[in-house]
Write a protein that binds this ligand. Structure first.
Ligand SMILES: [Zn+2]
Ligand SMILES: [Zn+2]
Length: 373
């Protein structure tokens, strides 16, 4: 008999989307298989809740379910919610598994399972990325229960050997088939393969030994970090099961764009607009840098697209010492809407110029003259 989706989530039929989400979230924390390894039904319970949430969180499937029930969903061509990859739902609630690792942490191989990796995002300004900052980050992770110190047993009581498997964690079953008898060894269902059970479960964690908790951590972000880079803090993720190693914490760094400076690796780029006249006769301009304004001399005859390099005013190198450069790219603007008098002045000026004024290659004699002047 399938349980009604509203009943599974413990909400009324009039519940809002927010209430449904909240109900699933708190239920998920409670029956999350990651904190619930002592309960062999945890995964099934979790899947039931995830299925109910998946259906009721979608307005279309919810409306169909409200009117026609399970049968209606099937006829209405909705996907079979019981087949939904519930790990996806989990991820949207408890953060992303990174690099293909499961949110539950590695369970393959022998030994106690490693805790899950946890991701947390941080957004910096370009100035912060250049200087390096220390940030207090809040995230959710599975931690050992403080009340029972992770044993799952109510303080004053202890775990005892599982009577069903005599502490081995494994049971043998014999199955008869037309081809003969088969002996199989499997995990003990009474203790979930652990070999011990908790006769008096800890009230704080209901015998799970682990709880999902808010954590805060002061993280140093090194100078020179770029948008999209991650910092891995080994062992700062979720606690492992039964003393297994903890997962890692990944701090995903975002660096916001700057109002006037662009980043190009370790270098910074600034576009400086010059008027035609400034470019021709030279001037001094003020360039914004991460360390304040810097005066830059513009030589007479500066051309469109010229690049002036201010050494050491770029981003600090993430690895190693020193800094990149600030590259100033020259844009030249031509005046618009000239009146007749201005146009006449420029025409007169144009008559005074020769090819030499526009030749990019200065003659040998000019160079020698320049060297002695
Ligand atoms: Zn506890
Ligand atoms: Zn057992």
């Amino acid at each position: 008999m399938r349980r009604d989706y509203y009943e599974v989530l413990g909400v009324s039929r009039e519940a809002t989307d927010v209430e449904i989400k909240k109900a699933f979230r708190s239920l998920a924390r409670d029956i999350h298989p990651d904190v619930n390894s002592n309960d062999p039904d945890a995964e099934a319970k979790f899947k039931e809740a995830a299925e109910a949430y998946e259906c009721l969180s979608n307005p279309e499937s919810r409306a169909t379910y409200d009117r026609y029930g399970f049968e209606g969903l099937k006829r209405g061509g909705f996907q079979d919610f019981s087949q939904f990859p519930f790990e996806d739902i989990l991820r949207s609630f408890f953060g992303e598994g990174i690099f293909g690792e499961d949110i539950f942490g590695g369970r393959a191989g022998g030994g106690p399972a490693r805790g899950a990796d946890v991701a947390v995002a941080v957004e910096l300004t370009l100035e912060e990325a250049a200087a390096g900052v220390s940030r207090k980050l809040a995230f959710e992770a599975v931690v050992p229960c403080g009340t029972c110190e992770g044993t799952g047993a109510e303080p004053g009581t202890e775990r005892i050997e599982c009577p069903a498997c005599n502490g081995s964690g494994r049971v043998r079953t014999v199955s008869r088939t037309p081809f003969g008898q088969f002996m199989q060894t499997g995990a003990c269902s009474s203790c979930g393969g652990e070999g011990s059970i908790v006769p008096t479960p800890c009230k704080a964690c209901e015998g799970r030994g682990r709880v999902i908790a808010e954590r805060e951590l002061e993280v140093d972000i090194p100078a020179g970090i770029a948008d999209g880079q991650s910092i891995r803090l080994s062992g700062r993720g979720s606690a492992g099961e039964h003393g297994g190693p903890a997962g890692d914490l990944y701090v995903k760094v975002g660096v916001a764009g700057h109002e006037s400076l662009e980043r190009d690796g370790d270098d910074l780029i600034y576009h400086q607009r010059l008027t035609m006249v400034e470019a021709a006769v030279g001037t001094t301009v003020s360039i914004p840098t991460l360390d304040g304004e810097e005066q830059l001399e513009i030589k007479p005859g500066t051309q469109f697209g010229d690049v002036k390099v201010i050494r050491g005013k770029g981003m600090p190198l993430l690895r190693g010492r020193g800094r990149g450069d600030l590259k100033v790219i020259i844009d030249i603007v031509v005046p618009r809407n000239l009146n007749s008098e201005q146009k006449e002045l420029l025409r007169q000026f144009a008559e005074t110029t020769t090819d030499k004024n526009y030749n990019s290659d200065t003659g040998l004699f000019d160079k020698i003259r320049a060297a002695f002047s």
